[in-house]
Design a protein around this ligand. Structure first.
Ligand code: BDR
Ligand code: CA
Length: 318
């Protein structure tokens, strides 16, 4: 027994997914069983290719396999988010890299089912993309919900935060609300790391500067360049919301966020509010709470964890 937490990352790489992968692959507390990819920020093939590139950057392209998953949401057409992530999903970073590793032959949903059955109640699924792959895995194995250890899902907005793709919906949930609904109602232990906390977990240029001298400084600087500009135009603050890295960090250190247990449902049939995560704070529906909702974050400690994990790994490598 390694004592490390067994995890599968599910990504749509994506700028902040890339930073999440950097954090996860350097965390001493995580044993990454594999990375699954899905249509989301960018089409599936691009997300898979970007993931392979990030793994190659960290020297793990032969150690961690990448399992391509859904080409499209369960029943809807794909929605992409090039405005934030750039034409190639990574703001032009690693554009010259020649990918050496191939994606795995096994599909994402089948891989999730295999691993969860191999390690019942031990696997944490860190979901930083639309939840299509997990919903498909639940279709393959109807008893999956009894065997998943925990889900940490980046998605949704419930309290002060509003939507980032429509007025009320967060991107990952909006892109496949039917999948999200299925996962939220699955009975699995689910921690929701939504915009209420991720929009407070900000990486600024002065933070990025602290990576100078490490192998990742150039990459982090390049991958965040357009994202910083986009955020500044939208919010007036020149900083990257670390949505996906925060979800990874919460899988490692739950106490980075304060959570409350509530009943949360996903709107799937509204012209204006599709993809909205509705949190029943006052128990109006009288339903059993199903989600640990993150409402506050120790952003300073999170950014410190992110930077120190990358810096430490570099010292170890040197
Ligand atoms: C989420 O949507 C994607 O654009 C990001 O990668 C993140 O997972 C934020 O709403
Ligand atoms: Ca993502």
């Amino acid at each position: 027994m390694s004592g490390k937490k067994k995890v599968i990352l599910d990504v749509d790489t994506g700028v902040d997914d890339a930073l999440g992968i950097l954090l996860a692959t350097h965390s001493e507390d995580l044993d990454i069983l594999g990375i699954t990819t899905v249509s989301g920020n960018v089409p599936l093939q691009m997300a898979t290719r970007n993931t392979l590139k990030v793994l190659q950057l960290v020297g793990k392209e032969n150690a961690i396999s990448v399992y391509p998953g859904a080409y499209a949401p369960l029943i809807r057409e794909p929605v992409y988010e090039y405005r934030v992530h750039g034409d190639d999903g990574m703001g032009g970073a690693l554009s010259d890299m020649i990918v050496t590793a191939e994606p795995a032959k096994q599909r994402a949903a089948a891989f999730i089912v295999d691993q969860v059955n191999r390690y019942p109640n031990e696997v944490t699924l860190i979901m930083t993309a639309p939840l299509t792959n997990l919903a498909e895995a639940m279709r393959l194995d109807p008893l999956l919900n009894q065997k998943v250890g925990r889900i940490v899902s980046m998605g949704g907005a419930v309290k002060e935060a509003r939507g980032n793709i429509t007025p009320e919906a967060e991107f990952n949930i909006y892109a496949d609300p039917e999948a999200a609904r299925k996962v939220y109602h699955s009975g699995m232990k689910l921690t929701m790391v939504g915009l209420d906390v991720t929009e407070k977990a900000l990486l600024r240029e002065k933070d990025i500067d602290r990576l100078k001298g490490t192998a990742y400084y150039d990459f982090v600087q390049t991958v965040t360049r357009d994202y910083l500009a986009f955020s500044e135009r939208g919010t007036g603050v020149r900083a990257c919301a670390m949505h996906d890295p925060l979800a990874v960090a919460v899988a490692v250190r739950s106490d980075l966020v304060r959570t409350e247990k509530h009943y949360v449902d996903v709107e799937t049939s509204s012209t204006l509010c599709d993809g909205q995560t509705v949190c029943d704070f006052k128990g109006r529906f009288g339903k059993k709470p199903n989600v640990d909702v993150a409402l506050e974050v120790d952003a300073g400690r999170f950014i410190e964890l992110f930077l120190s994990t990358l810096r430490k790994s570099e010292t170890t490598r040197l």
